[in-house]
Every structure is written in C-alpha cells, then in structure tokens.
Design a protein around this ligand. Sequence first.
Ligand code: 2AM
Ligand code: CA
Length: 264
Amino acid sequence: MKYNYEQIVSVLKSASLLGSEVIMNTFLKTDINISLKSENNYVTDADINTERVIIERIKKDFPNSGFICEESGNQTSSDSDMSWIIDPIDGTNNFISGYPHFCISIGVLINDKLVSGSIFNPISNEFFHAVKGKGSFLNGKKIKVSSTKSLSDSILGTGFIMSDRNSIDINLKNLNKLIKGIRSFRRSGSAALDLAYVACGRLDGFWHLDLKPWDIAAGAILVQEADGIVTGFRNEDFNLYSKDLLASNINIHKEIMDGLFKNE
Ligand code: 2AM
Ligand code: CA
C-alpha cells in the first residue's frame, strides 16, 4: 500500500503532543505510581497511560496498524503492512527522579522496514523526525550529524542496563578503552535522545549494548537520514533486534568500533 508521508509525520507529531500532556501532568508530582517490572526496571502510570493515548491517536488515522510497544507488548495485524514501535517514556529513571531528560520515541515500519520515526522531548519542546529518503529534522529544520574528524575531538555517549551485571562489565571495558582518547563523555539515561543528539551533532557518536527495538527504532532512522552511520560493534548492518549498536558520523565510526567489545 502507498502511504502519505505528510500524514504519517502529522500523526507522529500529534500523538507525541497528546502523549506529552500525560507525561507533563505527572512529572514532578509526589504521588507518581511506580512499579517494578524486573530488577532495576521501573514503570509508572505515566508510561502506561502515555502509551495508550499514543496508540489511540495512531489508530484514528491508521486503524489496522500493528504495534510493538514497551509497555503493552505486540499487536500484530494481518490487515496492514504498517507497524509502529513505541517507547512512551525513554528515560524512565530520569522521569521518576525529576531529572528533566526523557522523551517519547515512535518508529514507523512498512513491511518490517524502518521508514519514519520521531523523538519528542517535552521539556525542551524539541520534535525530531525523519522520513526515509527525505532527511532528518528538528522542529522542521533539516539536521545533519557532526563533521568532527577525530576521536580526540569527539563527545561520545553510552548507557548501562542496570539490571544486567554482565552487560555493565562489558561496557565498563568499552568505556575504559575509549574514555582517555576522547574530548568528553555523556551518560544521559535516554538512548533515544542520545541518538537524536547524534543526528543533530550534539554528540559525535553513541554506543550501547542490549537495547530493545523501541529504544532505538526512531533514533536509528534519525541518524541514518542525517548522513550518519548505524551498525553493530563489528560493522554489521543495523538490525532492530541486535544486541549492540554504534551510531556516529562516518569519520570516527571505525575508531570507535575498534574500542568496543561485543557481548558474546
Ligand atoms: P527506558 O528508560 O525506556 O527504560 C539507558 O541507558 C537506556 O537504556 C534508556 O534508553 C532506557 O530506556 C534503556 N533501558 C533501561 N533498562 C532497560 C532494559 N532492561 N532493557 C532495555 N533497555 C533498557
Ligand atoms: Ca520506556
């Protein structure tokens, strides 16, 4: 089926705005209802309610879509080749602690291929979106990855899955190998925003182990459409389900990759 990309972007924007109302009505409240999904992995009522509002909005325009969602799981559809990958709050630990750095991340797949995506930061009112073949944008203006040429001039980001001791150990090795050769380093707590930041040049590169499709779908197409590169730690083609991800500008990609250990 042929899709109208302006309609897709308009739905991404309005679903993100509706979702962000739910988030911002809860942020900094003292009575946030928090539950533990698994060790060190929390969910709040805001995550669940935001996801519901986003799905309802998407279904208004695309009623037969499938969904891959962090909180409500998968809804497959045999009537449509379109599906939406949703993380209602990427950066939940930040959100819970009143640390203003989190976002709504939505990726769009047609026939299992990423074709669009958006990341909305409700604190800074920054709406990042990408459309396959058309580029990446921040609040409507085209963005590109940085042109930094060497690791020593680069700011890199990463993150840690705090429930996974093995993954933490491997990533500490990665950090240990890279940190002394770079200009600076960030650990923001939102992988989706980190990828959006690579897309607009605020970070030169970002790597992470063991993320989930909803953490990376929108961010990956944002980086690719901003002329960046997204691969695995051994230069494998990007895959939503892979266990490692490296996103950067093309100049420093190999230098970062040489410092990364795989989780095998
Ligand atoms: P979240 O806030 O949606 O949970 C932090 O480095 C990044 O890792 C965040 O994007 C966070 O997403 C993600 N994250 C945290 N715990 C995770 C888990 N158990 N599995 C996958 N991603 C996780
Ligand atoms: Ca989340």
